[in-house]
Design a protein around this ligand. Structure first.
Ligand code: 48F
Length: 261
């Protein structure tokens, strides 16, 4: 009879290895498990694409958990309500302000993560993306390492994940877009060819531009959510999340269109 201690360890190691192996060659690799990428990964997986998110932190969800200034409620507007319904996330109307809703930020974070997983998309947490694969002038995937390796500054070589499309969902810093522009010398689809940088708070402008700025900035390299706004110089918007979710849906459509070509 097998020793249970061994069964547990062996099952975890072999199942994790199989899961990672299954996701080393993807249709779409997403960086950062914030709300925009969680929505994107779900719709991509539902459309039949192999999609996985690599998230630096232990807990996926990005900036969703803490609501506004740790008051764990957020606001979503009418246009994004169908996405909340798709994820089965509850909301309540804001009195006297038709078309605006509040929802519990913990329910939103956990609902987006659960919906993403149930679609078949995978999330690898505590994994940092430290570089891109860039071959013959083309985006080819991601270079990953464990977050503790990154945090402790250990001198450990990374592994690679191949992908036909890469989505930068890293939020305010646009880490992957910045890295691609700096290291691969890529000219982005912006007026200067570089990252324009986020502007201060202007809620309605920021909400609209988050979706407008969601695009393919270089063949095979997309940005969604706050990363898109930072790349194209949009305004920030604080704890209203409709734009993030609509951006996730849009980037899924754009990436699917590229893959279908
Ligand atoms: O910032 P974040 O929540 O992404 P988002 O989808 O949503 C933005 C909102 O939360 C909020 C806002 C709404 O008003 O402005 O900020 O744009 O999540 C980004 C995730 O990316 C991870 C990071 O830990 C976070 O969970 N991340 C960032 N860089 C890397 C990364 C990296 N190099 N590798 C892996 N994960």
């Amino acid at each position: 009879m097998a020793v249970i201690e061994h069964v547990i360890s062996s099952a975890i190691v072999s199942r994790f290895a199989a899961k990672l192996q299954e996701n080393l060659d993807l249709d779409v690799a997403l960086v950062g498990a914030g709300p925009s990428a969680l929505v994107a990964a779900r719709y991509l997986a539902e459309a039949g694409y192999k999609a996985a998110i690599f998230e630096r932190k232990l807990a996926p969800g990005g900036g969703t958990w803490g609501g506004g200034m740790l008051f764990n409620e957020v606001v979503v507007q009418e246009a994004a309500r169908p996405i909340l319904d798709d994820f089965n996330i509850n909301y309540v109307p804001i009195p006297d302000h038709p078309g605006y809703y509040t929802l519990d930020s913990v329910e939103m974070a956990s609902g987006l993560i659960f919906g993403c997983m149930k679609s078949g998309a995978r999330i690898f947490n505590a994994v940092s993306v430290e570089d891109i694969v860039f071959k013959s002038g083309q985006i080819g995937g991601l270079v990953i390492n464990w977050t503790p390796v990154e945090r402790l500054g250990m001198h450990v070589d990374p592994l690679t994940v191949l992908a036909r499309a890469v989505i930068d969902g890293t939020g305010h810093p646009s880490e992957i877009i910045n890295l691609a522009a700096a290291k691969a010398g890529i000219k982005l689809d912006t007026p200067t060819g570089g990252v324009l940088g986020e502007k201060p708070m202007w809620v309605d402008s920021g909400e609209a531009s988050t979706v407008e700025n969601t695009r393919e900035y270089f063949p095979g390299l997309f940005a969604c959510g706050m990363s898109a706004n930072n790349t194209a110089g949009g305004y920030r918007m604080g704890p209203i999340f409709g734009g993030m979710m609509l951006s996730g849906k849009r980037v899924a459509e754009l990436a699917a269109a590229r893959l279908a070509k």
